[in-house]
Write a protein that binds this ligand. Structure first.
Ligand code: NAX
Length: 329
């Protein structure tokens, strides 16, 4: 049996970077056949149809079927994995409440369509921004589907954080582990090096050998660089992150299905862990075990870490309030 994967916004940039890697087996492995559903809005159908033609020309052994549609019920029919990439970007003069409202108009109906049409056990990875709150809206709209099935992508932030540490320490990326992202996928996120290791030794010890003022480097260089990396890419490249975002989406979803051997980061629904209000979709350190994300519990948090996490979680709570005020939740 093949796995059915629905990609919304499949005619966009990240969609284009995702499709061919999924068809090549990068997400579910070399033995798993895939069926792709490309869900777009009417304006995006041409680009998605073009991508579907190219998928055909890729002659991928694992690709059983591709369908392009602008109908959500068709798009999510029999779906096992949904990658919700399509979202409404912030337009000129758009306030945050307008952005949340526009996206609630996308993710609410998509959550309902998932509940009505997807397979039991569906896994949803929300990439489209504001990813955490979009995941919350979709989960709240998906009657009968456990909220744990809806996640938000923060793996790109984690990869960015590990990459910055790799550069700063002159150490290969493979040896840098346990750098969780806490909170929102936004400028308030907290990339946490407290428990991180480089080749098995504490990153904080390695940083202390390189920098006189590690705390200053974390506050003034590392955290802002990671949190604002998206803006840096736009400035240098002239366009937002695409291939790195697609790569993180694939890694997040692959790990969720196939399991992790260590911590990673994902936006998952809070049950009150670490004082994060219940129901918010916040990024935490997680492991994937038996096909489910589990929050790594019992970590000690310094006052500094606590205040950083609280600030980002407060932003998530504000977003939830704004969505509630719209009558969406
Ligand atoms: P593009 O504008 O290239 O593509 C978006 C596509 O979504 C378009 O083809 C559009 O027609 C489609 N779309 C819009 N509304 C839709 C709907 N209701 N149903 C189906 N499709 C719909 O953007 P792209 O560069 O691909 O980025 C997609 C999203 O990813 C954006 O919201 C972006 O902010 C977000 N990102 C999230 C990241 C993360 O780490 N969570 C990082 C990268 C990226 O910034």
């Amino acid at each position: 049996m093949a796995t059915t994967i629905t990609i919304t916004g499949a005619g966009g940039q990240i969609g284009y970077a995702l499709l061919f890697r999924i068809a090549a087996g990068d997400m579910l492995g070399p033995d798993e056949k895939v069926r792709l559903r490309l869900l777009e809005i009417p304006q995006g159908l041409g680009a998605a149809e073009g991508a579907a033609l190219e998928l055909q020309d890729g002659a991928f052994d694992l690709l059983e079927h591709v369908e392009v549609t602008d109908d959500a019920a068709t798009g999510f029919d029999g779906c096992d994995i949904a990658l919700l990439v399509g979202a409404r970007p912030r337009g000129p003069g758009m306030e945050r409440a307008d952005l949340l409202a526009a996206n609630a108009g996308i993710f609410g109906p998509q959550g309902r369509a998932i509940a009505e049409n997807a397979n039991p056990g569906v896994r949803v990875t929300v990439v489209g921004n504001p990813a955490n709150t979009n995941a919350l809206i979709a989960a709240a709209s998906a009657d009968g589907v456990p909220a744990e099935r809806f996640t938000a992508l923060t793996r790109l932030d984690e990869n960015r954080a590990r990459a910055q540490l790799s550069v700063a320490l002159g150490a290969p990326i493979t040896g840098i582990r346990r750098v969780p992202i806490w909170g929102n996928h936004s400028a308030t996120q907290f990339p946490d090096v407290t428990h991180a290791t480089v080749d098995g030794r504490p990153v904080l010890d390695a940083l202390a050998e390189r920098f006189d003022d590690v705390q200053g480097w974390l506050d003034q260089t590392f955290i802002p660089r990671v949190a604002k990396r998206g803006a840096e890419i736009i400035e240098v490249r002239g366009s937002s992150s695409v291939a790195s975002a697609a790569n993180a989406t694939i890694e997040h979803t692959r790990d969720w299905v196939r399991g992790t051997d260590d911590w990673t980061s994902a936006g998952v629904v809070s049950h009150g862990e670490y004082g994060v209000p219940e129901g918010l979709v916040s990024s935490f350190p997680v492991r994937a075990v038996d096909g489910e994300w589990r929050i790594v519990e019992g970590l000690e948090l310094s006052d500094w870490a606590r205040s950083r996490i609280d600030a980002s979680v407060a932003e998530l709570a504000c977003e939830r309030e704004a969505v509630r005020a719209l009558g969406v939740l």
